[in-house]
Design a protein around this ligand. Structure first.
Ligand code: F6R
Length: 359
């Protein structure tokens, strides 16, 4: 039931702080340490490479997870679009471990890969919102997202739950293998900060609605840009905008713009920069200036410690590794309000189904 909400999507965006708190309860002990099955951790430790498999938004969540597994657990990790991996399998390492990300647990493209993984007796984990779903039943291990039912076609709380569960698992694995970076990452404190930060962002809806009305209501196309994990969030931000508002949106690595895409910038083309990482903030800002010089309507979503006066949206500070948990929220709201402003059916965009059970 969506109660007083006009659309499920807005309800689900608003539920994100509660989902973060639920994940702390489900996965972290009183001492703040992850409580993860040691058999799962032992199988992951025995692997020389983690392969994350997902489609759409789940693939985008995997892009963040890969960085977390590499930094916190020091294990090489790659992310693959399930429909690509199934038919163009890369050369695998000797001891692969597979992580399937799927809100529904029923995505046919991802299942196709899991069938192959099982034929080869490789160990696997499904991270899903649906207990006893196909991908959960068929994988060696399951971790649940505890996000509650996600009804809107556009995925929101499942994305942030997928990122958070991967952060918890990466912390657990990093501790298990004795990696220093994991020991100094206080996941409990960080997720508490994330929950509060998300609450502040969803409480600033009206500002974001106004930005959407000014910048995104008319243009036919828009860009999100960033570097590193800010680029990964740009891909998800663009997907949200295109699937429900039908604005042609692209997420771009900001350094790549000048290698071609900047040709598309015209007067008032919206370019949203995501800026949460110390090393790349200055570079992304200068890439934004290059688009502004060509007439772009530049908007910035910046972490507080990197913020400048003209930034459109300022994010509360958290560990930069998990900044996507906050930077995606304004992008979800921008997509929502752009769709709403156009009078579209936010929860049921044209041509799309919630669960894609064909290949
Ligand atoms: C986008 C969206 C889709 C799904 C994709 C995978 O908002 O919802 O891109 O993320 O179809 O679905 P699951 O996660 O159920 O495997």
């Amino acid at each position: 039931d969506k109660g007083a909400y006009p659309f499920y999507m807005l309800k689900e965006i608003d539920e994100q702080p509660a989902v973060m708190r639920r994940l702390v309860q489900e996965y972290l002990g009183a001492d703040g340490q992850p409580q993860i099955d040691t058999e799962l951790l032992a199988q992951m430790k025995a692997a020389d490479h983690l392969y994350i498999i997902g489609a759409g938004t789940s693939y985008h969540a995997g892009l963040i997870g890969a960085r977390l597994f590499e930094r916190l657990a020091h294990v090489p990790t790659t992310v693959h679009i399930s429909s690509e991996f199934a038919y163009e399998q890369p050369l695998l390492s000797d001891n692969p471990f597979f992580i399937f990300l799927s809100q529904s647990g029923e995505t046919a493209d991802s299942r196709e890969v899991l069938v192959h993984v099982n034929e080869n007796h490789w160990p696997s984990l499904t991270i899903t919102n649906v207990d006893k779903s196909t991908l959960s039943r068929e994988a060696t291990h399951t971790l649940l997202l505890y996000a509650g039912p996600e009804i809107a076609v556009a995925s929101t709380k499942a994305y942030t739950a997928q990122v958070a569960v991967q952060a918890i698992l990466a912390k657990a694995l990093g501790e298990f293998v004795g990696n220093q970076a994991a020991q100094s990452f206080d996941i409990k404190d960080e997720l508490a900060k994330v929950a509060n930060g998300m609450q502040a962002l969803v409480d600033s809806k009206e500002e974001i609605e106004a930005i959407a009305a000014n910048a995104l209501a008319k243009p036919r196309n828009a860009f999100y840009i960033g570097r590193g994990i800010d680029w990964a969030v740009s891909l998800e931000a663009a997907l949200k905008l295109k699937e429900i508002s039908y604005v042609q949106a692209e997420g771009f690595a900001s350094g790549e713009l000048k290698h071609g895409t900047i040709a598309l910038i015209e007067k008032d083309t919206p370019v949203v920069g995501i800026i949460t990482q110390d090393r790349t903030a200055g570079l992304t800002r200068s890439n934004l200036e290059e688009t502004a010089a060509r007439g772009a309507n530049v908007l910035t979503i910046a972490a507080r410690h990197l913020a400048k006066e003209d930034d459109a949206i300022i994010l509360p500070d958290v560990d930069p590794m998990i900044a996507p948990l906050l930077s995606v929220v304004p992008a979800q709201l921008l997509a929502y309000y752009t769709s709403l402003g156009k009078g579209l059916d936010v929860d049921k965009p044209r041509n799309l189904a919630k669960s894609v059970t064909v290949q």
